[in-house]
Structure formats: structure tokens, C-alpha cells
Write a protein that binds this ligand. Structure first.
Ligand SMILES: [Zn+2]
Length: 980
């Protein structure tokens, strides 16, 4: 407290203008009780500003305290979504300066809310204001002269969103008070904000997760001295990654955000986060996303320095910008605005501990003074929930005041950026992206088009063949696209969003360590051909705007009824089809064959009429039509080696430590209507006969060592429940519950898993979780090599089919772009010996001697003996063991049928990178990507890539489905032992 006088003097010294201006309006009565509480809950006077150190009173509008029974920022108080929404609706009822709108529902059916706060006049003409921002957003229908008039008439919109991250729970509380303050306060600042902009508020982005977080916090308060669970589930599917979905738009919150953006066209979207001290304002260190208009980058800086200066001037320590994150990836929620010519930004404030007050020691790095943090956070503080609210709210008021004062500039910039986006086709290019109509995967092409349309991107279809020029080096070549090809023109307002998704990323490994994924090219990851066209003549080609949801027509071709043949093109709807007709007997062809005057590839689905239900044709027809699949009716079942294609019983296993990354698997499986049981590792431990219940057990990707994944949370202390109760009702709607989150599958679970595999089951691991079967000895002959030089953080890399006869490769071409994040690097050996084995023998080179590097070495004084010829090996192939080696390793040498089978490998170093970051690629080049290890009657399949990542890797999904549907016949096509 001893600093308080100093700071008061400082305020009066620095801000006489503000204080005098307030006085000139005549004092507005304060809510004295509320004001006193604000001061009481704030730990230091320098964590409070004159903007929020009081609450204006109102005779008509209820304060948050009146509605909730406590002052915002009160220790121990967090508010459920229903009460937050009730308060916003009370504000709407009581004040002509507030309106509310529903944005849609979450996965669990909770509402997402949008409130608009502005002055009465603006809210009365809200429809007109929305029309103005919509017109400015599309310069194709708004010529500059008209835009000038709209710039005079309109006001910009600033959209604030709270708590996308459920453990960062200060913002929803703060936003209630901010809305009240903006609606009621009569300071010049509040009047300026109301008059010159519309403030949009979404108090809660992750509503399901927020309510569960309040549950957990209540549990903690009600059980002092006991350990409360972590927030095991946030939203239905993912936790922190809900802020990585702005490209795939696979979560309800992302889709609701985009839809709302397209309804309002706000100029700023400001997302509130809580982690680092005391207030970080986003700009980022770079490399910045290169698809953004440079005007946006300038706007980030201009806005950030308003808050940093404004807060510093008011004596608040530790408000800074620049560091912390990079500004590269386009997957953050704020790209809902950023990708559409508006500004996306965020704060990080020091929060994240419920509504507690406690002594905190600040991370030492954050207390260092640097050029971008000239006024760093203090090393040790008593920090309160209210402090967090004070900082968020004060800085926002500074930003809003600046935004309102520059009303015209922000609208003008928005229009300028929109114009430059339309001009992109002819200025910087490309002119368009094309998805050719002859792509062998029409369904996945259509899905990509549907996604682009969800983004607000216009997609056209070529009405005739299109021919464009294409530069290859100095040569100009012609390229043709058949009629029906999809064309994504870059002369449209959201060209940047489309280009950002479809283009190739290059992230220099020497740059700042990336904050998240470095590559995401949607065409390659979805195994769909996308062509970047720079020839602007394409813009004149006849084409028609795509409207509505796109799906290729499906059905049965031909009348014969002995068998139905469905070519395997690795389209995900085929998996849906298999499970939809789960009682129908289907076979998979093991080799390519000819029938009906055409070629069918290995993996073709064969559905014989014989032995199947009489209504087979009708059922195939209906499913094929609904899913867009084509089946061919044949007069006889083709004579080709085939095996049963199962509709297996699947279990997806999670831990109680972290459920985030497997959440993307649940989302993918649910979206494709593939049934599975969702079980924790504890269930593996408690189920001795897993084979009786399941055919396939998939260990979802879980961070942590194999020991942590297997053992789970340590079994010390008392049980920690994750279960719905009167105190914790929202935990009751979680995807899974338990009376005790401690403990995992343990050694019992591993033993049960081993038996499961030996009895014919399939166990699948994703990425680094391969360490579970490797470290605990469920597989032999596969190890993980630590990376020394490899830098491939969230990159898109090329994998190549190494064994095209494996059922896991059915439907795929020679090459597939996969998502890989730094680890694991697999090594496969023909022996189980700790060392040795025979990896491909790199050339030993030659001795120093006569001649050139390629000349033979000639020993003097004896006749020349040529060296032993080397076996011709492909780079990933192993050198056959010599007779001597076979003898010395006789105990470790696996018979051929038990050896690990490499189905996909990573490409040669030169061809490895598709998109993102890659350095030291030779460590990964040619290494196994998908390995199938037989054990007993079953298999363990391990993926180095993550085939179901953030709903972006649709091209890799079928690697998993192939393994699952063919789980009983994964040895199909295996080379005979004599081949070696
Ligand atoms: Zn966050």
C-alpha cells in the first residue's frame, strides 16, 4: 500500500485532461458498495486504473451484483453460463443500449450468445449498420464513391470474445461488468465508445467447457484439503485445441463464429486469454502469416501500442507486446476475422487459477526487461481474480476508445483490405485455385468445396474445359481442366482465406521456434489435387457459382445381380458404408483385376448376392446414394483372391491425464458415423477377455512417456472422482466418467492387451505412443531413434507406399502427404537383437588411392580383384544378412512371417517436405511411417504420422480404416519367406 500515494500523484500529473473532462460532465452517482468491493478485491493500487476503480450507479439497469449476488471479481465466485446469459438478457431488458442474439448451439446443446452494446441511436439502426459493414466487406458491389458515403454513415464493430479456454475464466465475469459499464457510464470515454462503434460481446466461446470448469472449481471449494480433478474434458471433443479449429471448422463453436462474422462483418475480433503475466497484447515475433494483407500487420502494432502505452501511463506494470507467440499459423479462432479482412487479436492476462487470490512467483524470463518489455512484470505478486479483471477491462476500454476515436480509419482500412483481396487475382496472384474434375476422389473434392463454402468462400464450376498457361522454369506449358472442375477465384473478398488454406507453407527452421503447426496445405492433407493457377485468363472462363451442399451422385450402375463391386479410392465414405451395412458380408479383393471392361484395384469391395439378405440391392442403392458412392453390378463374382472385409468392434482408449488429442479421433469417427466404444485405460486393466468384446483397440494419441501413459496419474492419496453430482452437474455430460481418475491401464492392462493381440485382435498406436508396445515389449524389431537434427514441427510430409500388397495400402496411390510432428523416428530391424540387425548398408565409399572417387582401388603387386558386388536395394530396404550374421544372431532372427512389415515409409530427403518446416530431414527420410507387426494371431500397427489430426488429415483416415476393416487379414500379400 505504500505506493498508493505516489501512483495517485502520478495519475493526477499525467491525466488531468481525463479527470477534468469527467468532472465537466457532472459527477455520475457511484454504486458505493460495489466500488468499495472493487478496491477491496484488488491487491495493489497499481493493478487498478481510474477506468474501472468504481462502478457507476443506475436507477434502472441492474448491476452484476444485483443479478448475481456478488461483485465481479469476488474471491471464490465463478458464474455458470445460464446465469451469465440471464444477466445479459436483464441488461437488454433494462437498457436501450444493449441487445442480445443467439449464435447457435454447442455440441452439448448449450447456447452461444452475442450481445451488442452501443448507444440508442446506433442500436435503432443496427440493421442498417450491418448492411453497411456487409457492403464494405464486398467491394465488388460497392464502388469507391458509394463506399465513401457508407464510411460517413457507418460505425465500425469491435467483437470481444471470452474464455475459449475453459481454465481461463476471468473474461466471462469481466464482460458482464464491461457491458454494464458501457451501457450506464456517462464519462466522455464511454459516450465516445457508444457513439462511434458497436461493441459486440460473446461472453463465452467454449460454453460446455466453462460450465464443467465452474463445476470443478465448486468441487475444489467444497472439498478443502482434497485434490480436485483437472478439467479432464472441456468441450465434447477437445480442450485447448478448440483454438486450433479456424481452418477445419469442425467444432460447433468455430462454425457459429464464422456464421456470426458473416452476419455482422466486425472490423476487430478480440479474444481474451489468460496465462502469462500481467497483460500481453498480441502482435507476435514472426514469422508472420504471409497471406495476410500487410495493413493487418500494421493494425496489430498500432492497436497493441495503444494499450501498452495507456496502461503504462496509468502506472500498471508488466503490460507488453511482441514476444510470446509467432503469428504464423492460421488455425487460431481469431482467424475467423483475420482471414476475412478484419483484425484478429488477443490478450493474455495473468489468470488461470479460478477465482483465487494467492502469492505468485513470476516466471523469471518474464521479469526480464527487453526492448519489447521495457516495463516487465514484477518478480513476486499477490494476485487476485479481480486484478485480472481490472487489467483486461482497463486495456479493453483504452482499445475501444481508440477504435471509436478512429471510427473512419478502421472502416476505411476494412474496405481497403477487402478491395485488395478482390484485386489479389491480378495483383500478387494466384488468379485461382482449381480442383480438377478428374480427381479420382470426387467425394473428398466435394468435401473440400463444402468446407470452403462454410468459410464464406465462393466456389465455381467450370462449364467447359478450361485451358491455362503454366510456367515451368522458363518454359510455358498448357494445362487443361475438364468441365465440372471446381474453380476458386482469387478475385473475391475472402480470397486470402482460401489461398491460406490451399497454398504450400515454407517455415525456415532458423526462424523463431514455432508456436504451433508450421504446415497445413489442405489439398495434400486431404489427398485431393489442388492446382495453383497464375494465368488470369481463367477468370474469363465460363463457370457457374456453386450453391448448396455438394455431393457427387451415387448409386448402382448396371442391372446384373450376382455381385456388387465398389472400387476402393480411400474415400472416407466407404468406411461409413461398411459400417452402415454392418450385417452384410463383404470381401476385399487382394489384387487388381478386370471386370465389366474396366480395371479394379486391390482393395475393391466385393459384395456377393449369395449369402446376403434378399433386400441387398435396395440397401446398397440407398446407402450409395446417400453417401455419394458408386457400386457396379456384375453378372458374376470376379475370380480374384479375396478375404472378408469386417465391420469390426472398435474401442478407442483414453487416459484420465489428457483427452485432448484423441478427441480429434472421436470427432472424426462420429462425423463418419463409425461406431466405437470409448473406454479408459482402467477398463483395459479390468477386462481380462478383451477379445470377447473387441476386434480393434486404438490407443488415442496421448502426450507423455510410455510409463505415464500406462500407469496414469500416480495412485497416491485419496480417490479423485470425475463424475456428475449435484455439486458438479456438468461433469455428468462428459464423454466418460469415473470414480477415480488415478491409475491407468497398468501392467494388468498391458497383459490383457497382449492376450487380446495374440488371440487375433488388432492394437493400434498413434505417433509417439508407439513407445507403449515398444518399451513394454509387445513388439520386437521396431525401435524409436531420438532426433538429433530433425526439425519437423507440425509439418506436412510425403510418405510413399513401401508394400502395396498390404491391405493398409488399399485404395492409395504411390504417395500420400501426411501430418508429422517431430517424432517418432522408427527403426525396423530383421532381428530383435539390441544392436546390429541389418539396415540398408550405406556405401562404405572407397579407400584413398589411385584414380577418381568412382574408380576401383588397385592394390599393387598382385592381380586386381574386384570388390564383391552390392545387392541392389531400394533406400528403405534392408541388406540381407550374411551367413555369418545369421549364425551370430540366430537367437534373435525372426522368421519372415513375424517380421515387422513396413507399409508406408517417409519419402527420400529431397522429396520429403510438402509444407511447413523441415531441417535435418535425412534422419527421417526413408524411415517407416506405418509399421505392421504380427504377434500371435493378431497385429500391432504403429503410425509415425498422426492420421486423424484436427480434422485436417482426411487423406490419411483410410490408413486406419484399412487396418481396422482388414484386421483379420493384415498378412494378405505378405512376401513368402523364400523371397529373402
Ligand atoms: Zn488461452
Amino acid at each position: 500500500m505504500k505506493n498508493s500515494r505516489f501512483f495517485t500523484v502520478l495519475w493526477i500529473g499525467l491525466l488531468p485532461g481525463l479527470i477534468l473532462a469527467a468532472a465537466a460532465q457532472g459527477p455520475q452517482p457511484l454504486d458505493a458498495g460495489y466500488t468499495a468491493k472493487i478496491k477491496e478485491y484488488t491487491t495493489e493500487p497499481f493493478f487498478l486504473t481510474e477506468l474501472v476503480d468504481h462502478l457507476p450507479a443506475s436507477a434502472t439497469v441492474p448491476t452484476p451484483e444485483k443479478a448475481l449476488g456478488y461483485v465481479i471479481g469476488a474471491p471464490g465466485k465463478l458464474t455458470y453460463s445460464a446465469d451469465i446469459y440471464r444477466y445479459f438478457r436483464q441488461l437488454e431488458k433494462a437498457s436501450p443500449r444493449v441487445r442480445t442474439f443467439s449464435m447457435g448451439r454447442t455440441e452439448e446443446g448449450r447456447e452461444m450468445l452475442l450481445a451488442a452494446v452501443s448507444d440508442e441511436a446506433n442500436l435503432k439502426r443496427l440493421e442498417r449498420l450491418r448492411e453497411i459493414t456487409a457492403r464494405l466487406a464486398d467491394p465488388r458491389r460497392t464502388p469507391p464513391e458509394e463506399a465513401q458515403k457508407l464510411l460517413d454513415e457507418g460505425v465500425p464493430m469491435y467483437w470481444i470474445t471470452g474464455s475459449i479456454h475453459s481454465t481461463e475464466a476471468g473474461a466471462p465475469e469481466m464482460l458482464m461488468e464491461l457491458a454494464y459499464r458501457l451501457a450506464v457510464a456517462e464519462t466522455p470515454l464511454a459516450q465516445n465508445i457508444r457513439k462511434n462503434c458497436v461493441v459486440l460481446v460473446t461472453p463465452l466461446l467454449e460454453v460446455d467447457g466453462h460450465d464443467r470448469y465452474v463445476d470443478v472449481y465448486r468441487y475444489k471449494l467444497a472439498n478443502p484439503g482434497k485434490r480436485a480433478p483437472n478439467l479432464v474434458y472441456w468441450g465434447k471433443y477437445v480442450g485447448h485445441d478448440n483454438n486450433r479449429d479456424a481452418m477445419a471448422l469442425s467444432l460447433a463453436l468455430s462454425r457459429n463464429m464464422v456464421r456470426t462474422f458473416l452476419d455482422w462483418h466486425p472490423q476487430v475480433l478480440h479474444d481474451l486469454h489468460e496465462s502469462i503475466p500481467f497483460l500481453y497484447v498480441s502482435t507476435g515475433m514472426g514469422p508472420y502469416n504471409p497471406w495476410l494483407d500487410p495493413i493487418v500487420i500494421n493494425e496489430w502494432q498500432i492497436l497493441a501500442y495503444q494499450e501498452v502505452e495507456g496502461m503504462t501511463k496509468r502506472g500498471v506494470p508488466g503490460v507488453w507486446t511482441h514476444g510470446f507467440y509467432d503469428g504464423w499459423a492460421a488455425n487460431y479462432m481469431m482467424y475467423v476475422a483475420q482471414g476475412r479482412n478484419a483484425i484478429g487479436r488477443f490478450y493474455e492476462t495473468y489468470g488461470g487459477i479460478g477465482a483465487d487470490t494467492l502469492e505468485r512467483t513470476v516466471n523469471e524470463e518474464m521479469t526480464q526487461r527487453t526492448w519489447f518489455r521495457p516495463n516487465p512484470p514484477l518478480p513476486k505478486v499477490k494476485w487476485s481474480h479481480r486484478n485480472n479483471i481490472n487489467l483486461q477491462q482497463s486495456a479493453l476500454l483504452i482499445a475501444l476508445d481508440y477504435f471509436a476515436s478512429n471510427r473512419r480509419k478502421f472502416l476505411e482500412n476494412f474496405y481497403a483490405k477487402s478491395r485488395r483481396s478482390v484485386a489479389k487475382a491480378v495483383t500478387e496472384g494466384p488468379a485461382a485455385w482449381v480442383i480438377p474434375a478428374d480427381d479420382p476422389r470426387p467425394l473428398e473434392c466435394a468435401e473440400l468445396v463444402n468446407l470452403l463454402r462454410l468459410h464464406g468462400v465462393e466456389v465455381h464450376r467450370a462449364e467447359k474445359e478450361i485451358e491455362v498457361a503454366r510456367k515451368e522454369g522458363k518454359e510455358e506449358k498448357k494445362e487443361k481442366f475438364p468441365p465440372g472442375s471446381y474453380v476458386i477465384r482469387m478475385d473475391q473478398p475472402y480470397s486470402r482465406q482460401a489461398d491460406m488454406l490451399l497454398d504450400i507453407q515454407y517455415y525456415d527452421a532458423k526462424d523463431t521456434r514455432p508456436y504451433d503447426d508450421t504446415g497445413w496445405s489442405f489439398g495434400p492433407l486431404r489427398n485431393v489435387k489442388t492446382v495453383r493457377v497464375t494465368d488470369t485468363s481463367i477468370l474469363k472462363a465460363p463457370m457457374k457459382l456453386v450453391e448448396g451442399h455438394v455431393r457427387p451422385a451415387g448409386g448402382i450402375r448396371g442391372e446384373s445381380a450376382a455381385a456388387y463391386l465398389i472400387p476402393h479410392n480411400a474415400e472416407n465414405a466407404l468406411a461409413t458404408f461398411r459400417f452402415r451395412l454392418k450385417d452384410v458380408e463383404m470381401l476385399a479383393a487382394e489384387e487388381p483385376f478386370k471386370a465389366l471392361n474396366r480395371e479394379f484395384g486391390a482393395g475393391t469391395f466385393l459384395i456377393p448376392a449369395q449369402g446376403n439378405p434378399p433386400d441387398l440391392r435396395a440397401r446398397i442403392e440407398r446407402a450409395a446414394q446417400e453417401l455419394g458412392i458408386t457400386a457396379h453390378a456384375a453378372g458374376e463374382t470376379p475370380k480374384v483372391a479375396a478375404h472378408r472385409l469386417a465391420a469390426p468392434r472398435i474401442a478407442l482408449v483414453h487416459t484420465w491425464i489428457n483427452t485432448q488429442n484423441e478427441g480429434w479421433f472421436r470427432l472424426a469417427l462420429d462425423t463418419l458415423q463409425i461406431p466405437y466404444d470409448y473406454i479408459s485405460g482402467q477398463v483395459l486393466a479390468a477386462t481380462p477377455n478383451l477379445r470377447a468384446k473387441y476386434d480393434v483397440i486404438l490407443l488415442g494419441p496421448v502426450p507423455g512417456s510410455s510409463q505415464r501413459v500406462v500407469m496414469g496419474l500416480p495412485l497416491y492419496g485419496e480417490p479423485v472422482p470425475w463424475r456428475g453430482s449435484e455439486l458438479t452437474p456438468n461433469i455428468g455430460t462428459s464423454p466418460d466418467q469415473t470414480d477415480d481418475i488415478r491409475g491407468g491401464m497398468g501392467l494388468e492392462g498391458l497383459m490383457n492387451l497382449r492376450r487380446f493381440v495374440e488371440e487375433g485382435g488388432l492394437f493400434i498406436t498413434i505417433a509417439s505412443n508407439a513407445s507403449v508396445p515398444i518399451d513394454f515389449g509387445l513388439v520386437e524389431g521396431v525401435s524409436i531413434t531420438p532426433a538429433r537434427e530433425l526439425q519437423a514441427r507440425g509439418s506436412v510430409l510425403n510418405a510413399v507406399v513401401a508394400d502395396k500388397t498390404s491391405p493398409i495400402a488399399y485404395g492409395y496411390g504411390e504417395r500420400l502427404a501426411v501430418y508429422f510432428n517431430q517424432a517418432p523416428i522408427f527403426r525396423v530391424s530383421t532381428t530383435g537383437a539390441a544392436s546390429g540387425g541389418a539396415e540398408s548398408g550405406a556405401s562404405a565409399g572407397r579407400s584413398s588411392g589411385r584414380g577418381s572417387p568412382s574408380d576401383p582401388d588397385v592394390v599393387q603387386g598382385r592381380p586386381y580383384t574386384p570388390p564383391e558386388p552390392k545387392p541392389e536395394l531400394k533406400p528403405w530396404e534392408e541388406r540381407p544378412l550374411t551367413e555369418e550374421e545369421k549364425e551370430s544372431q540366430r537367437f534373435y532372427l525372426f522368421p519372415e512371417p513375424l517380421r515387422p512389415r513396413v507399409v508406408f515409409r517417409f519419402a527420400d530427403e529431397k522429396e520429403l517436405l510438402v509444407s511447413g518446416m523441415l531441417a535435418g530431414g535425412r534422419e527421417l527420410a526413408n524411415r517407416p511411417a506405418v509399421v505392421d507387426v504380427p504377434r500371435g494371431k493378431g497385429h500391432i500397427v504403429m503410425f509415425a504420422n498422426n492420421p486423424m489430426w484436427r480434422q485436417q488429415t482426411q487423406g490419411s483416415f483410410f490408413l486406419l480404416f484399412n487396418a481396422m476393416l482388414n484386421f483379420e487379414h493384415l498378412d494378405a500379400g505378405r512376401k513368402a519367406p523364400s523371397a529373402r
